[in-house]
Design a protein around this ligand. Structure first.
Ligand code: AMP
Ligand code: ZN
Length: 484
């Protein structure tokens, strides 16, 4: 560990889903600390909920690099580029699967970069690890943990006596929770798919376990194969959203431990809580479903909307294990706060050091199970000192923010370039814009998203930029506009 970490007198503590305890983190090998996080299934834009694990585990990766040294951490986040949802979307849009997955993966990375998330060290794609998946499947069959039918290979859950340790559910709950098909080729209703047949036109590979027809992997086996290949059969941290605990992570554990004969797959299992929007579960039908892309807005839409750094700030105001209520009010406040800090930095002509380090109180917060609200409280203290003229405090503020993935200068620049407010607009044009906005809101209410996008794009063509927010009092989505 670096001097600072030791100097705080405490090391990193993390709440491990496997044990349900907050534990001191002890890496298997401090010269190579290894973390795997389940990445996106690339068929559509990432929504704001998907962004939460990315931002949370980005902060953890930054912390680990600070504690153990940049070159002593390996952070792997995969891309799931073979999946039924991908096949369905490519068919619906009549585009090649590869085109869909590559475009979506690029969009994902661009959106996450806008949120200040660094790229993981390794970003493996499932389709590039089919041989490794087949090998694990063959090993599981050879060891009696899996069996082949005519065209499927299934993991036989009763063959693993301690199956279910992560989610600690009863058999009945697991059967209900997994929503598993009770197919007649299954020996037990709990058994899950390792390999399944591919229909005509679907991606398919030569099958393992003596199956004659072409097939493709199940989702869980993908992460078992990619994590083992890049991090070894037992590694330090495995992360993802809370919904992945069961069945995805439980099944990853079963496959990996049984194939490799190991006691544990990963020592620490970390799960972020779910995100909802304005107090409700995010859903397209409620009109509160937001992709990161649409919040950010891109050139094609004619200008920026919300700032990526503001979104990052908002996501980090709640402890990662808690559910988070994402609101536009909070997002607006986040931008104001970042703006105030950016002004302070400018006033003191301070930019980040080459290797920015976190302030001691922020570090102490992060070491305590990645307590980001506590880590941010320290920033407000520094800003208070800065406002009373303490330049050293401003330097610490700017460095701590840089360490946490914020770039105040870039934020200020982006805000300065933001679209001007409604200038002198001819009344007829104003009326035209406002009636288009009303038509768009109606289209959204009618769930005609194609039409609402069309209206928005037509306005963007005329240089009119829209910004949606939810009125905290009425709960209605409201749209303001400005000219580019
Ligand atoms: P998916 O593409 O559904 O597999 O999700 C990718 C990642 O986003 C997983 O780690 C999920 O747990 C996480 N995730 C999905 N929806 C939400 C949400 N509403 N809040 C927080 N995390 C989410
Ligand atoms: Zn996974």
């Amino acid at each position: 560990m670096s001097a600072e970490a030791t100097a705080t007198g405490e090391g990193l503590k993390l709440t491990n889903t496997l044990t349900r305890n907050k534990e001191a983190f002890v890496p298997i090998d401090a010269s190579n600390v290894r973390m795997y996080v389940c990445g996106p299934t690339v068929y559509d834009y990432a929504h704001i909920g998907n962004a939460r694990p990315v931002v949370v585990f980005d902060v953890l990766a930054r912390l680990l690099r600070h504690l153990y040294g940049k070159e002593h951490v390996t952070y792997v986040r995969n891309i799931t580029d073979v999946d039924d949802k991908i096949n369905a979307r490519a068919a619906a849009e009549n585009i090649p699967i590869r085109e869909l997955t590559e475009t979506t993966a690029q969009q994902f990375n661009a959106d996450m970069a806008a949120l200040g998330a660094e790229a993981p060290d390794i970003e493996p794609r499932a389709t590039e690890h089919i041989e490794e998946m087949k090998q694990i499947i063959e090993d599981l069959v050879a060891k009696g943990f899996a069996y082949a039918t005519d065209d499927h290979v299934l993991f036989h859950v009763p063959s693993m006596p301690d199956y279910g340790q992560l989610s600690r559910r009863s058999m009945d709950e697991m059967i209900a929770g997994a929503r598993v098909e009770v197919a007649d080729y299954k020996k037990s209703p709990m058994d899950f798919v390792l390999w399944k047949p591919s229909k005509e036109g679907e991606p398919g590979w030569e099958s393992p376990a003596g199956i004659k027809v072409k097939g493709r992997p199940g989702w869980h086996i993908e992460c078992s194969a990619m994590s083992a290949k890049h991090l070894g059969t037992t590694f330090d941290i495995h992360g993802g959203g809370i919904d992945l605990t069961f069945p995805h992570h439980e099944n990853e554990i079963a496959q990996s431990r049984c194939a490799h004969g190991t006691e544990v797959m990963a020592n620490v299992w970390l799960h972020n809580g779910f995100l909802q929007v304005e107090g409700e579960k995010m859903s397209k039908s409620l009109g509160n479903f937001f992709t990161v892309h649409e919040l950010l807005e891109t050139e094609e839409r004619g200008g920026r909307n919300w700032s990526g750094q503001g979104i990052r700030y908002t996501l980090l105001q709640t402890h990662y294990r808690q559910p988070i209520d994402f609101t536009f009010k909070a997002l607006g406040e986040a931008e104001k706060q970042l703006g105030r800090w950016a002004e302070l930095a400018k006033k003191h002509s301070i930019s980040p050091s080459t290797q920015p380090k976190p302030a001691a109180d922020t570090l102490a917060g992060l070491l305590d199970d990645l307590n980001t609200p506590r880590a941010f409280a320290a920033l407000h203290q520094l800003a208070r000192k800065g406002r009373s003229g303490d330049s050293e405090a401003v330097q610490q503020l700017v460095d701590t923010l840089a360490f946490l993935g914020f770039d105040l200068a870039a934020f200020a620049k982006e805000q300065a370039q933001a679209v001007p407010q409604q200038d002198d607009v001819a009344p007829e044009l104003k009326a035209e814009i406002e009636s288009a906005i009303a038509a768009r809101l109606q289209a959204r209410k009618d769930k005609d998203f194609a039409k609402s996008d069309e209206i928005r794009d037509a306005l963007a063509q005329k240089g009119v930029v829209l910004k949606d927010s939810k009125n905290p009092d009425t709960g209605e989505i409201e749209t303001s506009w400005s000219l580019k």
